[in-house]
Write a protein that binds this ligand. Structure first.
Ligand code: PGA
Length: 253
């Protein structure tokens, strides 16, 4: 059984998809699908759509997140947005270190921790992503990779807190349709929780750790049946209101 003090969170990362009208249409179709006991739902649009999405979601209880921020509060950083700007536009969550940011924009644990700290400074909850590549898994390095990454990340976080959310996302399962076997995801997340616990102590039992990588309506029940998995970070299946609605209402599937 999942520890009841941990919040279940189902988050949709829209990546670089949707125009403003498509984003608004999504929200208008998705909101009526929510049930009174739905878990925390988060929509994470491209930053240029945050204002439109947060406007549509206002008063619904569904939260808005930002996919990426820069860690400085302000300055001459052309093309970047600050945590203050994202929070001011209505974001309460901030993705940090998604594998696509690590792969294409060379983000590492030091940068990811700085972004998480900046998110917290402006009252947003960081969702810190980590996970191994296929080569690392095949060569039996998964646990080592997770250990090194968690230790490097936590070294850059100023104070422990249950505001921080983690997402275990094996890189080989993102956008590939190759979902991790629930027992493998559970094992990795249990291991991550243990590593955080070594450094942060009892608060770790209250920290939500999500699974991400090809989560769909057809596999979410098995994933959420795992006691250490506290929710899902979803890409493809979060782009359509009906499939995201099914994910948020996974208990009814
Ligand atoms: P996916 O993406 O659900 O399309 O695999 C997950 C993610 O990138 O967070």
């Amino acid at each position: 059984m999942r520890n009841a003090s941990r919040q279940v969170i189902i988050a949709a990362n829209w990546k670089m998809y949707k125009t403003k009208e498509q984003a608004k249409d999504f929200c208008r179709s998705f909101l009526p699908l929510l049930l009174p006991d739905s878990p925390e739902a988060v929509i994470i649009p491209p930053s240029i759509l945050i204002d439109a999405v947060a406007g549509e979601l206002k008063g619904s209880g569904v939260k808005t997140g930002v996919q990426n921020i820069y860690w400085e509060n302000e300055g001459a950083y052309t093309g970047e947005i600050s945590g203050e700007m994202a929070a001011d536009c209505g974001c309460s969550y901030c993705l940090c270190g998604h594998s696509e940011r690590r792969q294409y924009f060379k983000e590492n644990a030091l940068i990811v921790a700085k972004k998480a700290e900046a998110a917290r400074r402006w009252g947003m909850r960081p969702i810190i992503c980590l996970g191994e590549t296929l080569e690392q898994r095949k060569s039996g390095q998964t646990m080592n990779v997770l250990k090194n990454e968690i230790e490097a990340l936590l070294a850059g976080i100023s104070k422990p807190g249950e505001d921080i959310v983690f997402a275990y996302e094996p890189v080989w399962a993102i956008g590939t349709g190759a979902v991790a076997a629930p027992e493998d995801a559970e094992e990795a997340i249990n291991y991550i929780r243990g590593l955080i616990g070594n450094l942060w102590g009892p608060v770790t039992q209250k920290i939500s750790i999500l699974y991400g990588g090809s989560v769909k309506p057809g596999n979410i029940s098995q994933i959420m049946a795992c006691p250490n998995i506290d929710g899902a970070l979803v890409g493809g299946a979060g782009l359509k209101p009906d499939s995201f609605g099914m994910l948020v209402n996974y208990k009814k599937l």
